[in-house]
Design a protein around this ligand. Sequence first.
Ligand SMILES: [Zn+2]
Length: 277
Amino acid sequence: MSDLFTCKTIEELDENEKKDYEKHCTFMRAAIEEGEKAFIEGEVPVACVIVHNDTIISRGSNKTNIKKNGTRHAELEAFDQIFLNKELNEKFKDVLLQECTLYVTVEPCLMCAAALQLVKIKKVYFGCFNEKFGGNGSVVPLNKSELSNGRPYSSISGLLKNEAIFLLQKFYNQENKKAPVPNKRKRLDPEELLKLAPTPFLSTNLTTSSTTTATKSTKTITTTPTTTTSTLTKSTKTTTMTTTINSMNSEIDSEKQEITQIQLEEQTKSIHCDTSR
Ligand SMILES: [Zn+2]
């Protein structure tokens, strides 16, 4: 791994490197504009521009949803704009992107970090980190690795990172609003629960007492208990009320589990979207 090719933050640049800060910001803003277009298209808004001699020669944004292809990241889309264009391809087919700089709103993932070596990119500026799949330092500093047929490159992080994060947050906030609302099931009335819970204990009582007593005991469960009922009837009431409470607790637990499951799914979806762009 070469030490010549750094993974610096924008704050770590020396004075000489900082003198072109405004120029770098201009190109990153162009990338963010592409990200805004991706947002409108319903894509995870990650975008980039490729610059040669202070001129933008290519723009790319995430197209994984539109093209139903998880590999169509902004960087690869930008490469295509160059190599599928007759004039640009003729110009760069031999030298590749050796004199080009990439400005991308989010740290290149592992796949794109390796691809950037293969096209021999000169330098990368990115906005925010891709902590799950970042290939320019977050997970592996692939930009510094000696890859076969590749060329290591320097990578500078944090250029207009707040704007890049804001763009992603806007997308994920919108996604969360689209998420299904937890299914609020109608809670059953306790009397309805009683009808659904003919407990074995109740059946036993039916065989040890008269039908009339059993009917009375069922009725007294949802009303104020009378003081004249027998010990057996009190026992029946207590047990049946316990059954009712257990049924209600069971339903509450079930709802809790359902809400937790939906939250987990939302988080998983968020993480997936965040990293699979
Ligand atoms: Zn990528």
